[in-house]
Write a protein of this length. Structure first.
Length: 317
């Protein structure tokens, strides 16, 4: 049985951040052989996020039954595949790709290859986290999402958001990334029909070419913040519910949560102070965003009102 100071499950932004800032003997366990590929994500981050930009954004245009709302939306779109691949290559710790975690009990991690033990275990393994589910068995809510990459036919510096009756409980998006765009929907119901409808709208406007360069699917967690679940287990990123339940944004918060988890396992921050920082930084914000999501879903039949009372173009709270 391999023994480590820290075992990090998952090599997404949160897991990579934790590994890059952690001391001691570190092991990363990642079920995918190429964890940076086929990520269902619009790849948008705030302007000060430390990653190379492939496209800066200036504004957001929200289309909904009440018309069009144009708001400032400064930020940038990154190439997550390239960024995460480069970060993975920088790691000095032991990394096991293609190894699936089956369960976690106390300080023991069981995978499809064997057993490991660590003083600290950090669950950074996405919305369907094996680490979280080893401790919590309650029913959890998710919003399904799909994303395709399409060639852009004209330059854009705005992000497009679409609320339509067909995109039940969610919305469609078009985020430019240079010569291509991330186009997707997060919604309940027949999601591929929703995606095809959105692509048809963009084709009609002459914005994109109907040539799908990539396809990915994922889940947006809606179960709330669950950052620390036992004395030696910390959840970060999607695994810990750090994702914005209204917009689905989560790269920056995942990175930040990974850094904070590293401070705990390094002994630079107590568990109690960690809980206080997480609560102060994310607790209230994510609760308010979840309340906005509830408004959006419960008032969906009056979509104009639902959007105006919930979406960030009308309130940033």
């Amino acid at each position: 049985m391999g023994v480590y100071d820290i075992i990090i499950v998952g090599a997404g932004p949160a897991g990579l951040s934790c590994a890059l800032h952690a001391d001691g003997k570190v092991l990363i366990l990642e079920k995918e052989r190429s964890p940076y590929r086929k990520i269902a994500c619009a790849e948008w981050v705030p302007p000060d996020f430390d990653a190379p930009s492939v496209q800066k954004t200036r504004k957001m245009i929200t289309e909904y039954p009440g018309g069009r709302a144009v708001t400032s939306f400064a930020g940038k779109v990154i190439d997550r595949e390239k960024w995460q691949s480069e970060l993975l290559g920088r790691l000095k710790c032991e990394v096991h790709l293609g190894e699936k975690v089956l369960w976690v009990r106390d300080d023991v991690v069981k995978t499809d290859r064997g057993f490991y033990r660590a003083r600290w275990i950090v669950g950074a393994d996405g919305p369907l986290s094996s680490v979280r589910r080893s401790f919590r068995g309650e029913k959890e809510r998710f919003l399904p999402a799909v994303n395709v990459r399409l060639p852009l036919l004209k330059p854009m510096d705005e992000t497009l958001i679409f609320f339509r009756d067909e995109f039940r409980g969610g919305y469609g998006w078009c985020f430019p990334r240079g010569e291509t765009a991330n186009v997707g929907v997060g919604m309940y119901g027949p999601i591929m029909q929703g995606l095809n409808l959105l692509i048809k709208v963009l084709l009609t406007r002459g914005l994109v070419e109907d040539r799908r360069l990539s396809f990915s699917a994922g889940l947006i967690p809606l179960f709330g913040l669950r950052s620390r679940i036992s004395r030696n287990v910390i959840l970060v990123g999607d695994a810990g519910g750090f994702t914005d339940p209204l917009t689905g944004a989560g790269i920056a918060s995942a990175w930040d949560a990974g850094k904070l988890a590293a401070r705990v396992v390094n002994g630079d921050l107590s568990s109690e102070d960690y809980d206080k920082i997480i609560g102060r930084t994310y607790g209230g914000f994510l609760r308010r965003r979840y309340e906005k999501r509830v408004i959006l879903e419960e008032r969906w039949k009056d979509l104009k009102r639902a959007v105006e009372e919930s979406w960030i173009a009308f309130s940033r709270a």
